[in-house]
Design a protein around this ligand. Structure first.
Ligand code: AMP
Length: 651
C-alpha cells in the first residue's frame, strides 16, 4: 500500500502527490495527516518551512472539502505574497485530479477586482495574506460565512509583521463552529494567545525538536576581519563554482550594496528586498528560480516563504538580530531530504553568537578556513576541466569547422593546447588571486587576545564607564556582591558600556551564581564567561534595549524590544531593524547615558533587595562619563560592531 494511502488519503490525492515525487510522508505529515483526517480537530503545530507542512495540512484539508459546492469552505492565512502563491500552487497540484477544485490566492500588490472575480467563480479554498483579506472583507468582496477550516500558517511571522488585528478581524468573520489549524516555527506568547482564543483543546504536534535545525544542514562559520567580509564572500563563491546560494543581509541597504558589488565583479547575482516593487521582486525571483542567478542577496523578510529547490548554500553575510531567523535562513537549503551548507561570515567578536545559535539549533558549527587564493583558483580550474570532460559534443555541427581548427592549432602540442584553452577562462582568476592575502582573522595576535590563561576565567559584565564605574570600583562592586575575595579578581578592563574581568577560575562560578538576578540602577546585570558571549558589541547594543523590557533577550542579538506587536507593517518590520540599530548607535547611548546618571544612586542585589550606597557616584560620574562619551564618539563606538550597527537612513 502506498504510504500516503496508509495515512488515510484518497486515490486522487495519492495519485497527485506520487506524480510530484512524494514517496514517503515527512515526519510532520505522518503525525498531522491522520490527526486532521479524524475530523473536528483543532491543531497547533510547531514546524518550520521545509518540513513538508503545506502538504501536512493541505492534503487532509483537500480530503474534507466538498468540491461540488462553490462555497468558500477553507481559509488559509499566511504572511507573505510569495508564500501565498507557493501554498496556492502546492494545493493546485495536490488537487490535479479533483474536478471543479478552485483554489484562489488573495494578496496585495495585484488587482483586487481580478481576485474578486476569481472568488465569485466559486473558490472552495482561499489562500490569503491578512492585509488584502481584510481589505476584501471591508469591501464585502468575500463571504466567509461558510468557512469550516481556518489555517494560520507561519503564525509567528504574521504576528511579527503586525497582522494581529487583521487576523482578529478576519477570524471574527468566520463561523465559530469551525476547525482552526495553526502552524508556527516558534511559540511566543502571542501565538499561544491566538491558540487559546480560537481553539478548543487543540492537538499539539511538534515536528522535530523545537527550533532544532534540519539534520541535513552543515553549519560552518568563517572568522574574518570586518573589512574582509566581502572578499571572503567572493572566495567562498569562487571555491564553489556550482554554488546556488541565498546570501542574507540584515538591512535593505546592505542587501542592495552587496548585490551591486557582486554584479559589478561579474557574478550572476541580484538583490531581493522590500524596497523593490512587486514586479521587480517577481522578476528577480523568476531569474533565481530559473537559475539565471547563482546568488540571491536577500533580507529576511523578502526571502520568507521562498521555496526554491536545490539551494546549495545559505550565507549569513551578517548574522540576524533574532536567532530564530537563523533557523529560517538556513532552512532555505537542504529541502526535501537534500543536503546543504549554512555559512556564517563573522568577526572574532561574534563567536559568542555562534555559540548561542548552537545551543538553540542543537547542532555544532565547524570552523571553516576561508580558502586561499590558490584553492579558489584550483576549484575554478577543476570545475572547468570537469565541464570540458563532460560536455556533449555535437559532432555533426562541429565537423565542418574542425579542419580549419586543426590547421590553426597545428603547431601546438596537446599539452600546449590544454594549457592555452584553460588559460583563456582562467587567467582572470589567476590575476585576481595573485598575491591574495589570507583572510582568516586568526593571526597570532588575534589568538593571543582571545586565548585563555590556565586557571583564569575571563568574564564579561554589561557595566562600564557609562555606569560610573572605574576598574577599582568595579572590583569592589563585584567583590561586595559576590562575596569573593578581591584578590581573586586578577584584572579589570573597563570599557565604556561593558567590562572584562579576569578572575581565578574557582571564583568565576561563584560570581556568576551570585550575580544571577543582580540589578544595577534598575538594570539587569549580566555576567557571562567570555567564551559564551560575544562580549563587547552585542552587549552594548543589548543594554540599550533594556528599558523596553518584557522580551526574551537571550534570543535576540543586539537589542530588539518586544519582538511581537511592535511591527505594524512590512515596512515597520524593517523599521524595527533600524530602531534596533539605532539603539546600538552613539547618539542613543548619549541620551540614555545622561538620563541614567541622575538616577544612579545605588546598586544592589535583586535577590536580597539589599541596596548598597554609592551615593556620591552620580556627581563623580557625570564629568567622567561626559568626557568618555565625547571621546568615544570618535573612538570606541566606531568599533566594527558600532559601525555595522549604525543607523541607516533608509531601510
Ligand atoms: P514545505 O515545508 O511545505 O514548504 O515543503 C518543503 C518542500 O518539500 C516542498 O518543495 C515540497 O514540495 C516538498 N515535499 C513535501 N512533502 C514531501 C514528501 N513527502 N516527499 C518529498 N518532498 C516533499
Amino acid at each position: 500500500m502506498n504510504k500516503f494511502e496508509a495515512l488515510g488519503l484518497n486515490d486522487s490525492i495519492v495519485k497527485a502527490v506520487t506524480e510530484l515525487g512524494f514517496e514517503t510522508p515527512t515526519p510532520i505529515q505522518e503525525k498531522v495527516i491522520p490527526e486532521l483526517l479524524k475530523g473536528n480537530t483543532d491543531l497547533v503545530a510547531l514546524a518550520q518551512t521545509g518540513t513538508g507542512k503545506t502538504a501536512a495540512f493541505g492534503l487532509p484539508l483537500i480530503s474534507m472539502i466538498d468540491f461540488n459546492s462553490r462555497d468558500t469552505q477553507a481559509l488559509i492565512m499566511c504572511p507573505t505574497r510569495e508564500l501565498c502563491m507557493q501554498i496556492t500552487r502546492d494545493l493546485q497540484s495536490f488537487t490535479k485530479y479533483i474536478k471543479d477544485a478552485n483554489i484562489v490566492a488573495i494578496y496585495g500588490g495585484a488587482s483586487i477586482d481580478t481576485q474578486t472575480r476569481e472568488i465569485k467563480r466559486g473558490a472552495q479554498i482561499v489562500v490569503a495574506t491578512p492585509g488584502r483579506m481584510n481589505d476584501m472583507i471591508d469591501r464585502r468582496r468575500v463571504n466567509l460565512s461558510n468557512v469550516r477550516f481556518a489555517v494560520l500558517d507561519e503564525a509567528d511571522e504574521m504576528l511579527n509583521m503586525g497582522f494581529k488585528e487583521d487576523l482578529d478581524t478576519i477570524l471574527s468573520q468566520t463561523p465559530e463552529e469551525k476547525n482552526t489549524w495553526l502552524f508556527s516555527a516558534t511559540m511566543p506568547d502571542e501565538v499561544l494567545r491566538i491558540s487559546k482564543n480560537y481553539m478548543e483543546n487543540p492537538v499539539e504536534i511538534t515536528a522535530g525538536t523545537k527550533n532544532s535545525g534540519n539534520v541535513n544542514i552543515d553549519h560552518v562559520y568563517y572568522i574574518v576581519h570586518a573589512r574582509d567580509k566581502y572578499p571572503a564572500l567572493k572566495r567562498i563563491a569562487d571555491s564553489n563554482p556550482d554554488i546556488f546560494a541565498i546570501v542574507f543581509c540584515r538591512t535593505k541597504i546592505e542587501t542592495q550594496e552587496i548585490a551591486d558589488k557582486l554584479i559589478k565583479d561579474g557574478y550572476n547575482a541580484d538583490a531581493l528586498h522590500g524596497d523593490l516593487s512587486q514586479s521587480q521582486r517577481d522578476h528577480v525571483m523568476k531569474r533565481y528560480r530559473s537559475r539565471s542567478l547563482q546568488m540571491l542577496v536577500a533580507t529576511d523578510v523578502a526571502a520568507r516563504g521562498i521555496d526554491v529547490q536545490d539551494v546549495t548554500h545559505v550565507i549569513n553575510y551578517t548574522l540576524p538580530d533574532e536567532i530564530e531567523n537563523y533557523t529560517h535562513r538556513s532552512g532555505r537549503t537542504a529541502r526535501a531530504g537534500k543536503t546543504g551548507v549554512s555559512i556564517a561570515i563573522i568577526n572574532m567578536k561574534e563567536i559568542g553568537k555562534i555559540r548561542i545559535i548552537e545551543r538553540i539549533i542543537k547542532k555544532k558549527f565547524t570552523e571553516g578556513k576561508v580558502p586561499t587564493g590558490f584553492e579558489a583558483c584550483e576549484k575554478q580550474l577543476f570545475s572547468l576541466v570537469k565541464k570540458v570532460h563532460e560536455v556533449e559534443v555535437n559532432e555533426e555541427a562541429i565537423e565542418a569547422y574542425m579542419p580549419k581548427i586543426y590547421e590553426e592549432l597545428q603547431d601546438l602540442s596537446k599539452e600546449d593546447i590544454i594549457k592555452r584553452f584553460v588559460s583563456t577562462e582562467f587567467n582572470r582568476f589567476l590575476d585576481y588571486y595573485k598575491n591574495a592575502p589570507d583572510l582568516n582573522a586568526t593571526s597570532s595576535r588575534d589568538k593571543e587576545r582571545f586565548a585563555a590563561t590556565p586557571g583564569i576565567t575571563k568574564l564579561f559584565i554589561n557595566l562600564g564607564e557609562l555606569d560610573s564605574l572605574d576598574s577599582r570600583e568595579m572590583k569592589e562592586y563585584i567583590s561586595e556582591v559576590s562575596g569573593v575575595d578581591a584578590a581573586s579578581i586578577v584584572s579589570v578592563e573597563v570599557k565604556s558600556s561593558f567590562s572584562f574581568i579576569e578572575v581565578k577560575t574557582e571564583a568565576a562560578e561563584i560570581i556568576q551564581g551570585t550575580f544571577k538576578n543582580a540589578r544595577y540602577n534598575n538594570r539587569n546585570v549580566r555576567i557571562e564567561s567570555r567564551g559564551a558571549s560575544g562580549g563587547s558589541g552585542e552587549r552594548s547594543g543589548e543594554r540599550r534595549s533594556e528599558g523596553r523590557g518584557g522580551f526574551d533577550r537571550k534570543r535576540t542579538f543586539g537589542g530588539g524590544g518586544n519582538s511581537y506587536g511592535e511591527r505594524k507593517s512590512y515596512g515597520g518590520r524593517s523599521d524595527r531593524g533600524e530602531r534596533s540599530s539605532d539603539r546600538g548607535g552613539y547618539s542613543k547611548s548619549n541620551s540614555e547615558g545622561s538620563r541614567g546618571y541622575g538616577e544612579r544612586k545605588s546598586y544592589g542585589d535583586a535577590n536580597t533587595g539589599e541596596r548598597k550606597s554609592y551615593s556620591d557616584r552620580a556627581e563623580r560620574s557625570s564629568s567622567r562619563s561626559t568626557s568618555s562619551e565625547s571621546s568615544s564618539g570618535g573612538g570606541e563606538r566606531k568599533s566594527n560592531f558600532s559601525r555595522e550597527k549604525r543607523p541607516r537612513k533608509k531601510m
